[in-house]
Write a protein that binds this ligand. Structure first.
Ligand code: NBY
Length: 830
């Protein structure tokens, strides 16, 4: 229960808390107060970390009243809430975003200056919460930002991993993973509520019994449980006074469990029990595409979903709410299949705890979920073995079988006699072992199923779930991804933001389509000049950062060519590498004069899943190639390769605004959307890319003249695959490709060791699942077009400006509007 035991009588007890005054003096007072009372130090004895923590607390105090008010208002309005269920949130640093959302930047800078402190130094002290792998986790972070900014009531639910995505280091060019200790120096942005912990059950068995009304019912007799402790985070809207909540769950041992063993005298065992429970939220799985099917992973999924449903039903809804109307108050958006176990969990709660009949419970359940798919790779679709599910969540497995049985009846009724279809559509796979296809369960249970870009949604309908889209054509829809302009333009690129605002006013930050108004400026020499200066300034900023962060020296005046994303074969970092090696080889062999090389620096940023051998070998190869090329004086410094370790959101914010060329070179039909592609275009980089994911839409909007398209289209890929793809034939028939691969095989990059990179090279020659060799020539040709254009500085700048002007569509605010209209059927709160 919440609130005081008796009616408060002190006048202050019912008034909302005040916000500290928006003045430099008010800020300084608040900051010093936090430094003294929270950190227990005086300014003169404070460390940078003390100062950062005090600053964070100060900013929090400015947000607090709004947060409390948002919660009160939303509760009172009894409107529909978006429950965003995501196993990952790749938030990035919080301080800069909070300062921006509260308009405190100037006041904070001045106030700190008066204290002899420097805001950027304090900002640099923050360790970003890396609670996600890549695009999917970052998308969740952009979406909660947009919902807050658009005044959409929402709660983000997820896991408070004690260790986020690993910290990547390189040792002799190979990736080595270090634990990410993001909590070590304090975590000023969270509010733990151990008193509001919820219990989550696991294991045991089910039984039937006869209830008081004489009905036969099922129940779950679990074997063990853990506690989920909520940690609340504020999600501030941009200058609109709304502050939504992100609620992340941390696992703890239950007291009962502990005490029982403790009383039995086995202290060591009691401590082990605690460790066992806490393991559940200990670490983020660093797999970004191939689910590993590990027991702990399923425990994580059920853990956070069970906590979240319990929390919403018990704490967010008013007491006595009639759950038959649940969908009027919540829609749970499933961020991929990771939270899909929420479907049988809601069924279980409604039937076993609230006494609903199956049909009643199913009606409610299927109106409360919608499912977003983020992939097309068959191996990325989660399948949980029924053995594991039955052991960990026996009641849920029963319910899944029940859902499947009724669903297959519906299929057989719709397609009489088509038994093959019924088997294809079953949620239960029988090979290689019996397992539950979570994407099918999500599709059956969801009111809507969406892909994340037009091409992806189409392929999802036609290739991944064709039987389902025939059965329910209206269930399928598209919402093209977007990115938050607050973090990725306004914060990351302050100079460009100022230029834009000077030209068209400041409303673009929340209405990004307004960037269109920049179009006329693309031909304005003065605007062009300022735009180029800003690009140069951003490059300088990046150069300074990489020098002190990584000891990397970026040359100036180069075309900055950037490929940053998770390392995966389908994304084809190896194709980018072949381009680099080929340029080098042509200089060595004299087919390209050094002075004809366009001065170019290629920057890679990429983490490989720790168990993904090919990805790790590719990282090793990139580093080795970089080492040789960077040291070779014959290149006269005209080609450089930089690979800063540990690419993350913080680095992205400096890297993207500096880029000239954005590499989006996945095999067509493989990248669901991409979101980095959008961030680059919005910051005035030109894209070299395939017709894949959201590239398709970017190119359509910016126009062919301002985009470097290459490679096979998705239908061409399918055709080549069907015909039989033989990568070796491209090697044999393309001398330039052959020379590049041969140079790697010669040991040039491996101190003469001719076998160091056999895995990568022979995979390309004999398998090349993602057809890098087939697209090689087309890619090389497109890079030649890049160089020709780059030589005409005015033309390049004009195209870059048009990229900014024409990509306002890719704001995550627009994505949210699409979700509201097509999926959630609700409107912002006025
Ligand atoms: O989601 C990415 C897609 O590859 C990208 O094209 C898209 O833009 C983005 C947002 O929609 N998918 C992605 O990032 N996936 C993961 O990070 C991920 C994480 C964990 C697991 C699978 C995928 N897992 O099975 O554990």
């Amino acid at each position: 229960t919440y609130g005081p035991a008796s009616t408060p009588t002190h006048p202050l007890a019912t008034a909302p808390v005040g916000t500290p005054p928006f003045s430099v003096d008010g800020f300084v007072r608040e900051f010093l107060h936090e430094l003294n009372t929270n950190q227990g130090v005086t300014l003169s004895r404070s460390s940078v970390n003390d100062q950062y923590l005090a600053l964070a607390s100060t900013v929090k105090n400015y947000l607090m009243a709004r947060w409390l008010e948002t919660n009160r208002k939303t509760r009172e309005a009894k409107v529909k809430t978006i429950g965003y269920l995501s196993a990952e949130y790749l938030l990035g640093r919080q301080l800069g975003n909070a300062l921006l959302a509260t308009d405190l930047n100037d006041i904070a800078r001045q106030g700190l200056e008066l204290c002899g402190l420097d805001l950027p130094t304090l900002r640099a002290q923050e360790v970003e919460p890396g609670l996600g792998n890549g695009g999917l986790g970052r998308l969740a972070a952009c979406f909660i930002d947009s919902m807050a900014t658009m005044d959409v009531p929402s709660i983000g639910y997820g896991i408070r991993y004690e260790y986020g995505i690993f910290r990547q280091t390189f040792v002799d060019g190979r990736q080595v993973e270090q634990p990410d200790t993001w909590l070590a120096l304090g975590s000023p942005w969270e509010f733990p509520h151990p008193e509001a912990a919820v219990r989550v059950d696991f294991g045991g068995h089910t039984e039937t019994y006869v209830d008081d009304d004489g009905r036969e019912r099922c129940r779950w007799i679990p074997a063990w449980n853990v506690l989920g402790v909520p940690y609340n985070y504020m999600v501030p809207g941009y200058l609109n006074g709304r502050v939504n909540t992100l609620r992340l769950w941390s696992a703890q041992a239950t007291k009962a469990f502990d005490l029982q063993i403790f009383n039995a005298g086995d202290y060591a065992q009691a401590v082990r029990a605690q460790t066992f429970a806490e393991n559940i939220s200990k670490v983020l799985y660093p797999e970004d595409s191939t689910p590993q099917g590990k027991e702990l992973r399923l425990q994580q999924q059920y853990f956070f979903v069970a906590c979240s449903l319990r929390d919403f039903l018990d704490n967010e809804l008013e007491e006595g709410f009639d759950l038959h109307h649940l969908s009027e108050r919540i829609i749970f958006q499933l961020n991929d299949t990771h939270p899909v176990i929420a479907v049988p969990e809601l069924m279980r709660i409604l039937m076993d705890e609230k006494g609903f009949e199956w049909e009643e419970a199913w009606e409610v359940t299927k109106s409360c979920f919608a499912y977003t798919c983020h992939t097309l790779l068959p191996e990325a679709l989660e399948v949980w073995s029924t053995e594991l599910l039955g052991r960990l969540l026996p009641r849920h497995l029963e319910i899944i079988f029940g859902i499947n049985e009724r669903f297959l009846k519906e299929v057989r009724a719709a397609f009489p006699g088509d038994e093959m279809r019924a088997r294809r559509m079953s949620m239960i796979a029988e090979y290689p072992e019996q397992g539950v296809r979570m994407a099918y369960l999500a599709t059956v249970a969801g009111t809507k199923v969406n892909g994340v870009a037009e091409l992806h949604s189409q392929l999802l309908r036609d290739k991944v779930l064709p039987d389902f889209s025939q059965l329910w054509p209206d269930k399928f829809t598209n919402v093209t991804n977007g990115v938050t302009p607050r973090r990725f333009v306004r914060m990351a690129n302050p100079k460009l933001s100022e230029l834009i605002t000077d030209a068209i006013g400041s409303n673009w930050v929340t209405d990004l389509e307004r960037l269109k108004e920049l179009e006329p400026y693309a031909d304005d020499p003065e605007f062009q000049a300022r735009f180029s200066e800003i690009k140069a300034w951003n490059k300088k900023r990046l150069t300074d950062l990489l020098r002190q962060r990584d000891g990397i020296d970026l040359p100036s005046g180069h075309l900055l060519d950037v490929m940053v994303k998770r390392l995966h074969e389908y994304k084809r970092q190896s194709l980018k590498l072949l381009h680099i090696v080929s340029l080098y080889e042509r200089v060595l062999s004299g087919t390209l004069a050094v002075e004809d090389l366009t001065p170019r620096t290629v920057v890679f940023g990429a983490k490989a899943a720790p168990g993904y051998r090919m990805a790790k070998d590719t990282i090793h190869l990139i580093n080795k190639v970089a080492k040789v090329i960077n040291a070779d004086e014959r290149l006269e410094g005209r080609l450089k390769v930089a690979f800063p370790a540990n690419y993350n959101v913080t680095l992205a914010e400096k890297l993207i605004p500096a880029a000239d060329l954005s590499e989006q070179i996945s095999l067509a039909g493989m990248e669901a959307s991409g979101t980095g592609n959008m961030k680059f275009a919005l910051n005035g980089a030109l894209t070299i890319g395939t017709d894949d994911g959201a590239n398709v839409e970017i190119r359509r909007l910016v126009g062919d003249k301002h985009f470097f398209l290459f490679g096979m289209s998705e239908p061409e890929v399918a055709e080549l695959g069907a015909k039989g793809y033989t990568p070796g034939s491209y090697y044999e028939s393309n001398p330039q490709l052959k020379a590049a691969l041969d140079l790697i095989l010669s040991g040039e990059f491996s101190e003469g060791d001719r076998h160091m990179f056999d895995s990568v090279v022979y995979n390309l020659l004999h398998q090349d699942r993602f057809m890098a060799l087939a697209d090689f020539q087309s890619y090389i040709d497109a890079q030649a077009r890049v160089e020709a254009k780059y030589a005409d500085e005015a033309a390049w700048t004009r195209s870059a400006i048009l990229n900014v002007a024409r990509t306002g569509y890719f704001s995550s605010d627009r994505s949210m509007r699409d979700y509201l209209q097509r999926i959630w059927h609700t409107t912002p709160m006025i």
